[in-house]
Structures are given as structure tokens and as C-alpha cells.
Design a binder for this molecule. Structure first.
Ligand SMILES: [Zn+2]
Length: 198
């Protein structure tokens, strides 16, 4: 029996390949966010950005992230939410602690995840990127289920959008003065190794 807490356990071959149809991941739960815009024809998808989020910070057992991305967050629910009043953001996908994936915006559209950002001298990364949120914090280990799903999803995205290959970064890399996520808790070495080995 595989230990759920051990990253080693997910060296087992991943049987079920992910599939994207018309911009939507079949394996994800779909929740439609109003926070998106159309991509321009010039904007080839060529970057994958990994983030983290938790609301309130460090708490994982609620639906506040979806509420935020759907524009439905009740800011009276927690004192820290007052900062989020009127904030309109989204990501393409959220990978929850148990590995469950929710998709909010079609990959064919822009999600509003990167903010002021640049990658290889190109500004406004939302235009040409896909944003994936891991439910978590900068200093708490992500779960084996999250790595497994992220790796399967990255493979699928690379198959569908080949220009992403080799361009997988953290939010901290494209907005270094503003953002730290996915934080030191994200094991890039392990992630890249797993990505190559399948
Ligand atoms: Zn971020």
C-alpha cells in the first residue's frame, strides 16, 4: 500500500492521462469565473505559472478561494478578507490539498493571475500564460496528491501547448518584487525530475 504522505509513492506510473477539450480539462471540476478576457491571436500560450493561495492564510478547509475567483467572496467572513474587497482575480486551475482540481477559466482565455509581471522581457504574462494555483502557503509542504496532479496537468498542457515546454516558472519569477509564491515549500527539483521521468 502506498503511503499518501510520501512523495516517493508517486513514482508509480500515472495511468490516467489528462485530456483537454476546447480549453477545458476533463478531469477538473468546472466553475465558471467571470474574471477572464479573450486572448489575442498573437498571444501564443508559452508559459506556465505556478502559484499558491490559501484563504484565510494557512487555512485549507473551506471554499473561499473559489468564492474569490468567482467574484462571490463575502469579505465579512474573516478580518483578513477586507484587503480583497473589489479584487477581481482568477486562475485557470486550483489544485486542492487532496489533489482535486477545479478549473475556472478556459485555457484558451486569459485568467487574471499574474498581475504586473514579465518573462524574458515580455510584459503582462497573463496574455501568454496559464496560471495554476496550489492550495497552500510558502512554508508548508505541498501534498503528494498535489504534485501528482500538477505533474499530470503539466504534461497535458505541454502536449496541448508545446511552447510551454521549458517555460514553467513560479509567480515569484515573473513578479520578483511583489510575489514569493509558490515559496520555498515548493520542491522544484523534485517537480522537474518527475516531469522529465514520465
Ligand atoms: Zn501568485
Amino acid at each position: 500500500m502506498l503511503s499518501k504522505s510520501s512523495k516517493k509513492a508517486i513514482n508509480e506510473p500515472e495511468k490516467m492521462a489528462f485530456k483537454i477539450i476546447q480549453g477545458w480539462l476533463l478531469q477538473a471540476e468546472k466553475k465558471l469565473s467571470p474574471h477572464f478576457s479573450e486572448r489575442s491571436v498573437d498571444d501564443e500560450i508559452s508559459l506556465l505559472v505556478i502559484h499558491n493561495i490559501s484563504l484565510p492564510a494557512g487555512q485549507f478547509d473551506n471554499n473561499y478561494i473559489s468564492d474569490l475567483f468567482l467574484g462571490q467572496l463575502d469579505i465579512s467572513q474573516h478580518p483578513s478578507f477586507s484587503d480583497l474587497a473589489g479584487v477581481r482575480v482568477s486562475a485557470h486551475c486550483l489544485i486542492q490539498r487532496d489533489g482535486h482540481i477545479i478549473q475556472y477559466v478556459s485555457f484558451n482565455d486569459k485568467a487574471w493571475h499574474a498581475g504586473v509581471s514579465s518573462f524574458q522581457q515580455k510584459e503582462q504574462c497573463n496574455d501568454f500564460s496559464i496560471g495554476i494555483e496550489l492550495e497552500g502557503t510558502d512554508d508548508k509542504d505541498y501534498t503528494a496528491e498535489q504534485y501528482q496532479q500538477l505533474i499530470a496537468l503539466t504534461h497535458c498542457l505541454q502536449d496541448n501547448f508545446p511552447a510551454i515546454m521549458g517555460h514553467v516558472v513560479g509567480h515569484c519569477d515573473i513578479a520578483p518584487n511583489r510575489k514569493t509564491d509558490p515559496g520555498q515549500s515548493f520542491d522544484w527539483c523534485y517537480f522537474r525530475q518527475q516531469l522529465k521521468s514520465k
